[in-house]
Design a protein around this ligand. Structure first.
Ligand code: SAM
Length: 273
């Protein structure tokens, strides 16, 4: 499996059409995950204006864009130049502002430490193992002010559609995103214990999101790739924002959904580790 490097991500990031960029942000705004994150931030801080937020390994920076829309001052950090190019276009098209930083999250400059109210990542920390896995999680707390909040969204080991898709994609050489090691809820709690983070919680996105992996495994889709490509060329994909609806939450989301989110607070007084 390819290693997690800036070159791997530079190669993978592609610029979307303007319609797709507007659609992707609107789609996430209707997600259960966004509603849960927004509720927690509003419950803690009241509202977004005045908050300093950083998205680490941001790629497009979808959540930073959602928070910028609510009035937060957002920073996008990624070590892939191509990811930052894509993020700049995404922000411009969605008419929101950000600071963009090209930087390895495992080697953060001192001026970023202790300066944010909220840190977050979506699909970053599962690309690390061993000491680096703990270090990348720690980086989310290092950038926070005392009492700041972090949201770390990762793939769930116990989401069957994702595990099945990953297995098939790796077997057939279709897995493109390099090394990726999903988490369990208990691993996230162990990480908090190791980092002396007492206030923590794990919640999930909507389980229905995993239908995406089942669609990718659809036998018709796999065997008729040629026909599918032709059909797609004939019928351009529509990114119809008006057709979007709020996602429904279920009691299973926190346990078996694809994305688990570690929500934690940096202690006001940091203990020795
Ligand atoms: C799977 S993508 C996730 C992007 C985005 N959050 C999303 O959900 O679309 C992982 C991103 O993390 C970035 N990344 C990986 N390791 C990094 C590191 N050590 N420092 C900074 N960025 C990193 C990659 O360049 C890539 O853009």
């Amino acid at each position: 499996m390819s290693q997690n490097t800036p070159q791997l991500w530079d190669h993978l990031w592609k610029i979307n059409t303007p319609e797709e960029d507007l659609y992707r942000l609107a789609q996430e705004e209707y997600s259960v995950r966004w509603r849960k994150i927004k509720d927690r931030i509003e419950c803690n801080y009241g509202s977004f204006p005045g908050l300093k937020v950083i998205e680490i390994g941001a790629g497009t920076g979808t959540y930073a864009a959602l928070m910028a829309r609510q009035g937060a001052e957002v920073t996008i950090l990624d070590y892939s130049e191509r990811a930052l190019d894509k993020a700049k276009i995404f922000f411009e098209r969605n008419q929101v502002k950000a600071n963009f930083i090209l930087q390895d999250a495992l080697n953060l400059p001192s001026e970023l430490l202790g300066t944010f109210d909220v840190s977050m990542s979506f699909g970053l920390t599962e690309h690390f193992l061993g000491e680096q896995r703990l270090a990348i999680n720690r980086a989310h707390f290092d950038v926070l002010k005392p009492g700041g909040l972090t949201f770390i969204s990762v793939p769930n080991k116990y989401n069957p559609p994702y595990r099945l898709y990953k297995f098939v994609a790796q077997l057939t050489g279709k897995w493109l995103v390099g090394e990726e090691y999903p988490y369990s809820r208990s691993e996230l709690f162990v990480i908090c214990r190791k980092l002396n983070i007492a206030e923590n919680q794990v919640f999930g996105e909507s389980l229905k999101q995993s239908n995406y992996f089942l669609d990718l495994l659809n036998p018709w889709r796999l065997t008729n790739k040629f026909l599918l490509k032709r059909k797609m060329a004939e019928t351009p994909t529509r990114f119809d924002v008006s057709a979007l609806k709020p996602e429904q939450a279920t009691f299973l989301d926190d346990y078996v959904s694809y994305a688990l989110v570690l929500y934690a607070r940096k202690p006001v007084v940091v203990k020795e580790q």
